[in-house]
Design a protein around this ligand. Structure first.
Ligand code: ADP
Ligand code: GLC
Length: 478
């Protein structure tokens, strides 16, 4: 394929190097998805402590002096086929803890840390590396939000800009006194530009300055214009949408990695024997004996994910023969609530607190259903993994969940297209009713098998989304 153009993708996390959520999966998958379409994408990300040994011998391709109290060196290397530009600025990123905080909460200087990432991104975009000049800068979430702003205010050098919202709950708020320190023009501090409820939002800065705004599902793009989902930024998004600048592009999943044929008990829509083996192995591993459907949940345990409604909804499901296996970590109160279910329903509920990708794979292979009762969900990946593995999704009707799962309503069952259970509103009654429906569907072998086949047949790869991004970039190329 002839080269169509070059894209600098700017993200705070990227698989397989650093991941706290789906953003990393998307940032890591896009380059390979775009390559066949002629788009050459490199990913700029911070060199956190865990990355530094890995990049030590990568060649230096950019140097930035005076980067908020130190020097930043960008080193380039290839990881699993992805060309990564790692910003090594130890004074900002070489710390014990996660990408955004340590044991005592968020890093106090997150505005400066991610301003630095965005600053270097904008400079590389404008001036180009020795052998590589991007046509488009693609910023992800608030951490890269200032990159389009720096280009807009300092001269874009012919580079088109896109910002993708993966989660509007994180807005990159900074005190207005930081305006100068963040190298932003005072003249832009007004409600039509940088000002946000008296302070600054690094996400808003990106939303008002980027040429195009995208989010990770069509339904979330619509929801974002409502106060209950826009979280203060609904007006900004609606205004950009009125200019035709907003679109929703559904995420894909890496179908080679998330494949029922790849595990130790391979199976497919045609032969499900391996799934029964995977289920038995999983139940053994956790000491579970579940006569009905085994529901799994793999998630950050946070308010967004609706975890707090499980304790009230699950008992009837257990009484009806169901079981529950949870993998996740997050809010200590939610972790404790999950542990309490184990005490209450031994042998029926098991919980693993932590992050474990290999276990998550065994769960998707061996589970019967995957629960995603989110209050909001820009796209969501685990319902898609569930579809791939015939592990039927039980999801709330929000964002990307309602764009990817077809509820087993009488009409959808009659048409032979249902793939899961979709419920609303997001409360214990709603989830409880959905689980009751799940029990009934599971009890009818013919119906359940048909649902699994529909789910496993659904195309979920990156092809369609990559084509949509390629078209977006082509429209911005100078
Ligand atoms: P979000 O990005 O909001 O957390 P997504 O569904 O988009 O939600 O992405 C979450 C990703 O993180 C998925 O790939 C999911 O499998 C993974 N994940 C979440 N929690 C865990 C965990 N405890 N162990 C392993 N993988 C996890
Ligand atoms: C965010 C969202 C999630 C989405 C992911 C990747 O973390 O919460 O819904 O799938 O980004 O776009």
């Amino acid at each position: 394929m002839e080269l169509q153009g070059r894209v600098l993708s700017v993200a705070s996390e990227c698989v397989p190097l650093v991941k706290t959520g789906g953003l990393a999966d998307v940032a890591g998958a896009l380059p390979a998805a775009l390559a066949p379409l002629g788009w050459d994408m490199r990913v700029l990300m911070p060199a956190y402590r865990s990355l530094r040994p890995r990049i030590a011998d990568w060649p230096e391709v950019w140097r930035e002096e005076g980067l908020w109290g130190g020097t930043g060196i960008v080193r380039q290397g290839v990881v699993d086929g992805v060309t990564v530009l790692a910003l090594d600025a130890p004074h900002l990123f070489d710390r014990e803890g996660g990408p955004y905080g340590g044991p005592h909460g968020d890093w106090w200087d997150n505005p400066q840390r991610f301003a630095a990432l965005s600053w270097v991104a904008a400079r590389i975009a404008r001036e180009g590396l020795a052998d590589w000049k991007p046509d488009v800068l693609h910023a992800h979430d608030w951490q890269a939000g200032l990159a389009p702003a720096y280009l807009a205010f300092g001269g874009a050098g012919g580079v088109g800009t896109v910002i993708t919202i993966h989660n509007i709950a994180f807005q990159g708020w900074a005190h207005s006194t930081l305006l100068g320190e963040l190298r932003l023009p005072r003249s832009e501090f007004h409600p039509g530009a940088l000002e946000y409820y008296g302070g600054l939002s690094m996400l808003k800065a990106g939303l008002v300055t980027a040429d195009r705004v995208t989010t990770v599902s069509p339904h979330y793009a619509e929801e974002l214009m409502r106060p209950e989902f826009g979280m203060g930024l609904q007006g900004v998004i609606a205004a950009r949408a009125a200019e035709g600048a907003v679109s929703g592009i559904l995420n894909g999943v890496d179908t080679a990695v998330w494949s029922p044929e790849a595990g130790p008990h391979p199976f497919s829509a045609r032969s499900m024997k391996g799934k029964a083996e995977a289920r038995a192995a999983l139940c053994d591993e956790f000491g579970l004996g579940v006569p009905g459907p085994l529901a799994i949940l793999v998630s950050r345990l946070t308010d967004q994910k609706g975890i707090d409604i499980l304790p009230a909804a699950v008992p009837d499901f257990i009484a009806g023969g169901g079981g529950l296996l949870v993998l996740g970590s997050g809010d200590p109160a939610l972790e404790a609530a999950m542990q309490a279910l184990v005490t209450r329903f031994p042998g029926r509920v098991a919980v693993r607190i932590g992050y474990d990708e290999a276990l998550s794979r065994r769960m998707f292979a061996g589970g019967d259903a995957v629960l995603v009762p989110s209050r909001f969900e820009p796209c969501g990946l685990t319902q898609m993994y569930g579809l791939r593995f015939g592990t039927l999704p039980v999801v709330s009707a929000v964002g990307g969940l309602s764009d990817t799962v077809i509820d087993a309503s009488p009409a959808a069952l009659a048409a032979g297209v249902a793939t899961g259970v979709v419920f609303h509103p997001v409360d214990a009654l709603g989830l409880g009713q959905a689980l009751r429906r799940l029990l009934a569907l599971h009890a009818d072998r013919a119906v359940w098998t048909a649902l699994q086949k529909n789910a496993m047949r659904q195309p979920l790869g990156w092809e369609t989304s990559a084509a949509a991004y390629a078209a977006l970039y082509a429209g911005l190329r100078g």
